[in-house]
Design a protein around this ligand. Structure first.
Ligand SMILES: NC(=O)NCCC(=O)O
Ligand SMILES: [Zn+2]
Ligand SMILES: [Zn+2]
Length: 484
């Protein structure tokens, strides 16, 4: 059955225009003014609204075993939370358990994701280096359709990799046409600072923030950028929280490197005063890595989104209940790291970005959908309102308001880091591959509706980078033979 979305303004990353959108077979089949409704088509009114590509959150952790706890939102509730806030696709991190092969981890993640209500894809984590990992990476790319590999430079003794492992893996990414991702924090320094703080009696959630200053992030970001350049691959830095990391990205871009930065919506509107809250549960609920920063860093991130030095706004949705967070009472290093935000990303970014003039609505679409679709090589299947694209769409009411409260959220945890924040501009109707998945609070998507999205290697940026690196690689100097 076809659907005609009538009377709205279509907003793409490059252009906004009054246009109707015709959907058939899960795809967009026409975009234009005053389209004829085919016989039997469902008509959906978008008068006074924007029609935008569904949000893509490239950074989530559903049902993840992390720091001894399993994150509370699974693929069903995580994707439902996303849909209720206009996000129609997530990219989750497939993280092998210690000693587990990537191939087994991939199967485990596919199993967990069977109940997804919206489309999803995976990044694969590299948590050690060995000939087996080297070989498995090829299968991950060519057989499983995953073109991104995540590296943790923090979480010493758990997920952290060293520079040798980074370089080996980045080299392999260059060979495979894949994109490496890094969590940039100097895990050795963090571990020392944590121990020093605990020894000085700083045991509460504020210790988490003190132990991870912007310098540990900036240093690691710089290091990863330099290693990626030497390895000959582009680089994507997840959860960019501070000016130091933004500055490293900015310099790398100005020097011609292909580096992408991903701030989180939490970093744009929440600050480090949250960790000083007298209520332990409140402060612990905001513990994530890197931690929230101050206004100076927030301004830097906003400027990066405006200027294009930062590309994508994500959430790193990794939600833990209060009981799980209380694992760290008396020792902040044991508080499971992570916050929610998936259902709030678009409304909060619109309110804090578009309504304040920091972002145009087109830049909003770029930061929440189109840029990441291009970086991950799934554009224009995802990330665009254009003929042939998947009909993952949001009808966005720029006048409607909502005050965020955990009492009404879809996520399974008891609190919300944006509690009390009022947004003007919220989704009215959300389509997932042509079906109405959510409409004004009515969740229609069902477990299993989501599909895995394959992503092929050799995105345009990888190809260009490989050509450049090939042309500029060290070559032997031809000299006349010396006859001894
Ligand atoms: N960010 C965070 O605190 N938790 C999730 C794991 C990660 O992305 O580092
Ligand atoms: Zn991380
Ligand atoms: Zn993460």
């Amino acid at each position: 059955m076809s659907t005609l979305i009538r009377g709205g303004t279509v907003v793409n990353h490059d252009l906004s225009q009054r246009a109707d959108v015709l959907i058939d077979g899960g795809r967009i089949v026409a975009v234009g003014e005053k389209l004829e409704a085919p016989a039997g088509a469902e008509i959906v009114d978008a008068g006074g609204c924007y029609v935008m590509p569904g949000g893509i959150d490239p950074h989530t952790h559903m049902e993840l075993m992390f720091m001894g706890k399993v994150s509370a939102d699974d693929f069903e509730w995580g994707t439902k939370a996303g849909l209720s806030g206009g996000t129609t696709m997530i990219v989750d991190f497939c993280i092998p358990a210690p000693g587990e092969s990537m191939l087994a981890a991939y199967q485990a993640w596919r199993h967990k994701a069977e109940k997804a209500c919206a489309d999803y894809s995976f990044h694969m984590a590299v948590t050690q280096w060995s000939p087996q990992i080297h070989d498995e990476m090829e299968t991950v790319v060519k057989t499983y359709g995953i073109n991104t590999f995540k590296h943790f430079m923090a979480y010493k003794g758990a997920l952290m990799v060293n520079d040798d492992e980074l370089y080996n893996s980045f080299r392999r990414c260059a060979q495979l046409g894949a994109l490496p991702l890094v969590h940039a924090e100097n895990g050795d320094v963090v571990a020392r600072m944590q121990a020093d703080l605990l020894a000085r009696g700083v045991t509460g959630p504020e210790g988490h923030s003190y132990s991870r200053p912007p310098e540990v992030e900036g240093e690691a970001a710089n290091r990863a950028i330099m290693i990626a350049d030497m390895a000959g691959c582009p680089l994507y830095i997840v959860h960019v929280s501070c000016e130091q990391t933004h500055d490293a990205i900015r310099r790398a871009k100005q020097a011609g490197q292909r580096v992408f930065g991903e701030p989180l919506v939490q970093y744009l509107v929440l600050d480090d005063s949250e960790y000083q809250n007298k209520d332990w549960d409140y402060a612990a609920g905001r513990v994530m890595s890197p931690p929230f920063r101050n206004k100076k860093h927030q301004d830097s991130l906003w400027a990066g989104l405006q200027s294009g030095t930062l590309s994508v706004v994500a959430t790193d949705h990794c939600s833990f209940t209060i009981e799980q967070k209380r694992n760290g009472v008396g020792d902040f290093t044991k508080i499971p790291n992570g916050t929610g935000g998936l259902e709030d990303r678009l409304p909060v970014l619109w309110n804090a970005g578009v309504n304040t003039g920091r972002l145009t609505k087109e830049e909003f679409v770029a930061a929440t959908s189109t840029n990441i679709a291009r970086i991950l090589n799934m554009y224009p299947k995802k990330g665009a309102v254009r003929v042939g694209s998947d009909a993952d769409l949001v009808i966005w009411d720029p006048k409607a308001t909502k005050t965020i409260t955990a009492k009404k959220q879809v996520s399974r945890i008891e609190y919300n880091v944006f509690e009390g924040y009022t947004c003007t501009g919220v989704p009215r109707t959300v389509f997932s591959r042509g079906r109405i998945a959510w409409h004004e609070g009515d969740m229609r998507a069902k477990p299993g509706d989501g599909e895995f999205v394959r992503r092929e290697p050799n995105a345009p940026v990888n190809v260009a980078n490989a050509i450049w690196k090939g042309l500029t690689q060290p070559k032997p100097v031809a000299r006349p033979d010396i006859v001894p």
